[in-house]
Design a protein around this ligand. Sequence first.
Ligand SMILES: Cc1cc2nc3c(=O)[nH]c(=O)nc-3n(C[C@H](O)[C@H](O)[C@H](O)COP(=O)(O)O)c2cc1C
Length: 343
Amino acid sequence: MLQIAQIPVEPRVVLAPMEGVTDRAFRTLIRSLGGVGLAVTEFVSSEGLTREVESAWRMAELDPDEHPVSIQIYGRDPARMAQAARHCESLGADIVDINLGCPSKRVTSGCSGSALMKEPELARDIFHAVRDAITVPMTVKMRLGWCDANLNAPEIAARAEEAGASMVAVHGRTRNQGYKGSARWDEVGAVRRAVSIPLLVNGDIVDPATARAALAASGADGVMVGRAVMHDPWALRRIADDVAGVPFREPTLEERHAVLQAYLDRVTTEHGGEVDRRTAGKVKQVIAYFTKHLHNCRALRHEINRIRTVDDARRLVEAFFRATIAEDREATLQLHELVAARA
Ligand SMILES: Cc1cc2nc3c(=O)[nH]c(=O)nc-3n(C[C@H](O)[C@H](O)[C@H](O)COP(=O)(O)O)c2cc1C
């Protein structure tokens, strides 16, 4: 069983932090499908949190039911990172995670995220400052290194462990790789040999087969899964069921519809019926995730661009599923007739 300090992570499948994706409503939604041992928030700026910037505070808000949950923070000033970490603990975070993986220029030009992998001394100071500031476990998420010439994840992970980190997660790409090429799970194995705290392998894990391959190649204790949920919201559940050795049951169209409706209800409770452009954008995104690969999803995506309120979205989703379920029944009926005629 995977355990981060005193916190059991069961199943050993973790929802990765994704800015603009893993907000509170989305985390709750994915958790409701099962298969999530731990979820991580979008990264939150330590500057924003400590200067009381409203958007940063909102990103760090947690749902009372979503435990265990980790709040991820980024920044380069150890004192501010410590203060931000304390704030995360006071908000109810079970774990505070430090971001050493973000490749975006916006973050690295401020010399945080993956840029810290080039400054191991500063990274170590941040680990110590955060560790000393909180009573909940501290963890670190990183890439393999800045570039191929400097694959120093094992060194950074060892510094994190020395400073008292309780887990490290490693995305098997360098910063300079961005999202190009493939994640190198075997390179994550070098981190396995450098530390004895739990290790999560991350990058390109999309289903049970890739999860098994990543675990075998890296020797990690668990998997962290990100983008796969955008293509298949049940991806973590699928992997978790495989790890547990139980067969995965494909969600029916009715179940997909019900889950999506529950999400829209939640958005209404959180934001009211009239949503701003940002929330409307997220609603469209989530509807796309849940209807991808279904018949007529292209037409739905076209229509969804016109929605102005959550009620618009609800009506559209309702109509889409009614039609898709009816078509599905018709197709099943025809199939049965065909089989009967052949028999
Ligand atoms: C839209 C998006 C936003 C992301 N935001 C974060 C973030 O806030 N913090 C972080 O550590 N990683 C972030 N990542 C990286 C993911 O956590 C993960 O490491 C990466 O996508 C590789 O895993 P995957 O192949 O399972 O997606 C982000 C990735 C994407 C695609």
